[in-house]
Write a protein that binds this ligand. Structure first.
Ligand code: GRF
Length: 187
């Protein structure tokens, strides 16, 4: 049997998808690093409590190039083979994408190619969509534009607000992301 693939999870905030990915680690993949562009990201406390290796630096203060260089060092020191963006709110540079070509995935809270970018749930409601959902895709130079690896749909209910819809989509994200990551690390 081959060793589990070493995955880094990149977060900027609460990290609920990171928690779901971590709770599904096992023979397919292990979380080798949790990294954040914000030292005060709420999810870091949970990661540290779990004993997961953590890298956190202030990308805003350091500047993008210095931050990504430090991040790259941390990823290589941790022996990372794949990167999962999970609520990572910073655009990765073209150079970073090139260095990790075909090895970075992201979860996006819409049924891509619909609603790239921000405010996906408000846009789905405003459009009168009957279904919403989430997508795991490869990260390329084009924002939310890489190949789609998996999607999950949820209904948009009458009276939904962006928050109620986000909560329903988030539950789907927590199921979809580990399942797709398990497939992805075998490629
Ligand atoms: C998720 O909805 C994810 O799809 C989006 O940002 C949110 C992050 O939530 N990119 P969490 O930090 O994983 O709880």
């Amino acid at each position: 049997m081959t060793a589990p693939v070493r995955v880094a999870v990149l977060i900027s905030g609460r990290g609920s998808n990171m928690q779901s990915l971590a709770s599904h680690q096992g023979e397919d993949y292990v979380i080798a690093l949790v990294a954040s562009d914000k030292p005060d990201a709420a999810g870091l406390a949970w990661a540290r409590e779990q004993g997961l290796p953590v890298f956190a630096a202030d990308a805003k203060a350091l500047g993008k190039a210095a931050f990504e260089a430090a991040l790259d060092d941390a990823l290589r020191e941790a022996g990372v083979e794949r990167i999962a963006l999970a609520g990572y709110m910073r655009l990765v540079s073209d150079g970073f994408v090139a260095r990790w070509r075909d090895r970075i995935v992201n979860i996006h809270p819409s049924l891509l190619p619909k609603y790239k970018g921000l405010d996906t749930h408000a846009r789905a409601i405003a459009a009168g969509d009957r279904t919403a959902g989430c997508t795991v895709h490869l990260v390329t130079e084009e924002l939310d534009g890489g190949a789609i690896l998996g999607q999950a749909e949820v209904p948009v209910e009458p009276g939904d607000t962006p928050d109620t819809l986000a909560a329903r989509v988030l539950e789907a994200e927590h199921r979809l992301y580990p399942a797709v990551l398990k497939e992805f690390v075998r490629r």
